[in-house]
Write a protein that binds this ligand. Structure first.
Ligand code: SF4
Length: 235
């Protein structure tokens, strides 16, 4: 039997990524993500949501729709300043207008057929193609692949990094790279679009409502028994 001294000295067991999913899913249930009426809207939303809240993205998408500018053709042919004015609520609107223009130009190569884009080549090649576009980083590319293309590319965002770091699953001090964290998920989970979709949404739910940036609600958290940060806060 372990002594109290050895119990105190024993390191907490980290949750595996499948175990963490099970606990998050048991707590929050199905999330029914991602907002966006069509795959094209999801691609536009993935750009507009960079550095802003989704409520602002919804306003920008509504403005594009009302101005009949929510199409690949409109994004590449309308005046850039007009697109920028329409998406103003999403912030960084001049830069995002240029990114949307690049998306519109890219889609022309596929006859503006989004299904054709996602069926055109293997996932890794398509991911590289998206990453080569102006203004599309890995989180945006993976959001497009997963939520618009229904392809199994795990999305890593700030919520994911925060929760994993606090749980000790990744070491924040070593500044983990996006690709390394994504590889953890790609290698530890079954290749399942629905699972990737739900898991990412569960991180968002947990990170927004409980594992908050400044004051995490550790005393209400179902993960506290596995969490070095939570245990030190609630001790
Ligand atoms: S115990 Fe606290 S720090 Fe750990 S995951 Fe839960 S809310 Fe976040």
């Amino acid at each position: 039997m372990a002594t109290s001294k050895s119990r105190r000295g024993r390191r907490k067991k980290s949750l595996s990524l499948p175990e963490l999913y099970d606990r998050l899913f048991a707590e929050y249930g199905e999330q029914h993500w991602w907002p966006g009426e069509t795959p094209f809207e999801v691609m536009v939303g993935a750009i507009l949501t960079q550095n802003t809240a989704w409520t602002n993205v919804e306003k920008a998408i509504s403005a594009l729709r009302e101005a009949d500018a929510l199409s690949p053709e409109a994004l590449r042919t309308r005046l850039l300043e007009d697109i920028a004015a329409l998406i103003r609520p999403s912030g960084y609107f001049n830069a995002k207008a240029r990114k949307l223009r690049a998306l519109g130009v890219y889609l022309a190569d596929y006859g503006d057929d989004i299904e054709k884009v996602f069926a055109s080549k293997p996932l890794d090649e398509l991911r590289e193609e998206l990453l080569a576009l102006h203004g599309i980083g890995p989180e945006t590319a993976d959001s497009m692949l997963l939520y618009a293309g229904n392809l199994p590319s795990f999305v890593i965002d700030a919520y994911t990094i925060r929760v994993l770091g606090r749980l000790g699953i990744i070491d924040l001090d070593s500044r983990p790279k996006y690709e390394d964290v994504r590889a953890l998920f790609q290698e530890s989970l079954p290749t399942d679009v629905q699972l990737f979709n739900e898991y990412h949404a569960l991180f968002v739910a947990h990170g927004k409502d409980v594992c908050k940036s400044r004051k995490p609600l550790c005393s209400e958290c179902m993960l506290v028994a596995y969490c070095p940060v939570g245990s030190s806060i609630t001790a």
